[in-house]
Write a protein that binds this ligand. Structure first.
Ligand code: CA
Length: 225
């Protein structure tokens, strides 16, 4: 999943970025609410972590403008411990959840995973396509009874496929959801990771679930659409 962090305290945002990336998430960071507006308007984030106290327009105003612009990515607000009025205003302006500072990192992760599940209609905790199963929280993947070991990035890519079974996904869509702006060498990265993924989820099982759609991208075959 791809997350936008809006936080002006450099130490805090660096910590969050490092931690979330270690979980295999793609993470963009900005210290300014104004920048968050165009970033969230041009990229389909799976969740936004939004600090309320920002220079320039504050987090509550950012939240209000995002919803007014039709951006519906789930928003998790960060507020001060005594910021009851901020929490109420933020939730009323369209935020989905909040955490008060200082917060537990484990709780932040659990809340982000919960918000990520809201993105799809059925919101299943465990994704299943044919005999492939993926557990985003436990970071585990199975083909039938066989557990498959994937790197963080292979896992992130498979998760994008499994959230859109049967859909043709362009290289750009796959990049947008599994990689962040800091990834420079983009040219063939999707193709190489699809190759790696096929070696692990298809080849050993004699299956061909990730199909190449010439001129369009890739598709995860859905046996029961
Ligand atoms: Ca702040």
């Amino acid at each position: 999943m791809r997350v936008l962090i809006v936080e002006d305290e450099a130490k805090m945002s660096a910590l969050l970025r490092r931690g979330l990336r270690a979980e295999g998430m793609a993470v963009d960071v900005t210290p300014r609410g104004e920048d968050a507006l165009w970033m969230a308007g041009s990229t389909d984030y799976d969740a936004i972590v939004l600090d309320v106290m920002l220079p320039g327009i504050d987090g509550i105003e950012v939240c209000r403008r995002l919803r007014a612009d039709g951006v519906w990515a789930p928003i998790l607000m960060l507020t001060a411990r005594d910021g009851v009025a901020d929490r109420v205003a933020g939730l009323d302006e369209g935020a989905d959840d909040y955490l008060t500072k200082p917060f537990s990192y484990a709780e932040l992760l659990a809340r982000l995973r919960a918000l990520g599940r809201r993105g799809s209609v059925e919101r299943p905790v465990r994704l299943e396509v044919g005999d492939l199963a993926l557990d985003p929280a436990a970071h585990r993947v199975w083909r039938g009874e066989n557990e498959i070991e994937l790197s963080a990035k292979e896992f992130a890519l498979l998760e994008v496929f499994m959230r859109h079974p049967g859909d043709v996904l362009s290289r750009f869509q796959l990049l947008e959801h599994a990689w962040d702006y800091d990834y420079e060498n983009r040219s063939n990265v999707v193709d190489s990771f699809v190759r790696l993924l096929r070696k692990k989820i298809d080849k050993p099982f004699g299956t061909r679930s990730i199909e190449t759609v010439r001129g369009a991208g890739y598709r995860l075959r859905d046996p029961a659409p």
